[in-house]
Every structure is written in structure tokens, then in C-alpha cells.
Design a protein around this ligand. Structure first.
Ligand code: C5P
Length: 222
């Protein structure tokens, strides 16, 4: 389960990011670097984190095909193991991104479907997410980001090997904050999610290492 938990390192600066990395130590294999930390500290910190962890670079590219393809190649050069774009960028953009990613076999390229902070009627969300997932697969990417609630439908449509990464993880009465489509770690693994992204429930816990271990214990219960 250690390999399926990704901690979102949404910290303001390098000092706090490295401190959290050391606190979590080997309780997690993956760290996710998102907009906050990347804008503040850039590629240098990503390379530092790559010395100890696998990195999911969560920058959610969404631009014209040529620009996205170039950015994908720059991320590939950094050596990250996972990267994402927005599925709503369209098939030309997705195909260009997939083509650029082919030069970096160590890097999985996935696409965000509908953000877990968005709350459409469940049936509509399911339809839109599975529609995006099919288009993402046809365009040659490795998987998608979705909520836990759409994972079964995605696996049905795209197959078990198509990767699903699920944020919006909360447990034990934790505040959902800005997340809307939430589920706990046991539900996520039961639904078939390949990777669980957890940020604030670990980062803001009194003991982040213990919170990461607790999340993994709940994953194992599945
Ligand atoms: O703190 P929390 O557990 O809500 O963090 C979730 C993380 O996953 C954040 O870094 C957020 O940017 C990211 N994310 C998300 N929904 C997506 C894609 C990424 O919440 N669809």
C-alpha cells in the first residue's frame, strides 16, 4: 500500500517541503508536487525530492497542443515518474502530449477528468468522466485523475490496466474542505483506485507520519 499512496506536498517553500519529506520518511514512496510548491521553488526542488521519492508532477497542463507537448518534454527531462494534463484540452492536445511523453518511458502521463472539487449531479459526473477517460485512452495516455466514485465505471470502459489516481480522500469525520466528491482510503482501494492522493489530512495532522500509516492501514482493510 506504501506504493499506492501519494502525499500532496502542498507546502509554501523548500524548507517546509523538505521537513515534511523527512517527517514522512519511508512511510510513503510517492510525493506529489503541485502548483504551490512548483511555482515557489521550481525544478531544482523536484530534482532534490527525486533523490528519495517517486514524483507525481501535478501541474495540470491545459494549452494548445504544441505548448503542452513542449512542457511534457521538459517534465520528462526532469525525470518525474508521473505527470498530468487536463482532459478538457481535447484530443489533439492529448495526442500531442502522449506523443511527447513517448520519449520518457519512466513517466506515466495521465489526464484530469472532472476536478474532485466540482459537484455535478452524480449521473452526469459519471458520464462526463467516463467519456473523458475513453478519449484519454484513445489518445494514448496511461490513465486519469477522478474521484473514487467514478473508478469502477472507468475500469469497465478502459480496462484494469488504465491507471486511476484519486484525490478527495477523507476519513473519520475529517473536514472535506474544498473537496466535494470524497471517499475514505478503504472505499478507494475497494473501488479499484490504483493511487490515492492525500494532502491536508496528512499535512495538517498533529503527527503526519502516523496519519500516513493510518491511511495505509485503512487501505489494507479493503
Ligand atoms: O488536501 P487534499 O487531500 O484535498 O489535496 C488533494 C490534492 O490533490 C491537491 O494537491 C490538489 O491540487 C490535487 N488534486 C485534486 N483534484 C484533482 C487533481 C489534483 O484535488 N482532480
Amino acid at each position: 500500500m506504501r506504493d499506492r499512496l501519494m502525499v500532496a506536498l502542498d507546502m509554501p517553500n523548500k524548507h517546509q517541503a523538505l521537513e515534511m519529506r523527512d517527517t514522512l520518511a519511508d512511510s510513503v514512496a510517492w510525493l506529489k508536487v503541485g502548483l504551490r510548491l512548483f511555482v515557489a521553488e521550481g525544478p531544482e526542488l523536484v530534482m532534490e525530492l527525486l533523490k528519495s521519492h517517486k514524483i507525481f508532477l501535478d501541474l495540470k497542463f491545459h494549452d494548445i497542443p504544441n505548448t503542452v507537448a513542449q512542457a511534457v518534454a521538459s517534465a520528462g527531462d526532469l525525470g518525474v515518474q508521473m505527470l498530468n494534463v487536463h482532459a478538457s484540452g481535447g484530443s489533439q492536445m492529448l495526442s500531442a502530449a502522449a506523443e511527447a511523453a513517448r520519449a520518457f518511458p519512466q513517466m506515466k502521463l495521465i489526464a484530469v477528468t472532472v476536478l474532485t472539487s466540482q459537484d455535478l449531479p452524480a449521473e452526469q459526473t459519471q458520464k462526463v468522466v467516463v467519456g473523458y477517460a475513453s478519449q484519454v485512452k484513445e489518445s494514448g495516455l496511461d490513465g486519469v485523475v477522478s474521484s473514487v466514485h467514478e473508478v469502477a465505471g472507468i475500469k469497465d470502459a478502459c480496462g484494469d490496466d488504465f491507471i486511476t489516481v484519486t484525490p478527495g480522500i477523507r476519513w473519520g469525520g475529517q473536514d472535506a474542505q474544498d473537496q466535494k466528491r470524497v471517499a475514505d482510503p478503504t472505499m478507494a482501494v475497494r473501488a479499484g483506485a490504483d493511487y490515492l492522493v492525500i494532502g491536508r489530512p496528512i499535512l495538517q495532522a498533529p503527527d503526519p507520519h502516523a496519519a500516513a500509516m493510518q491511511a495505509q492501514a485503512m487501505m489494507r482493510q479493503a
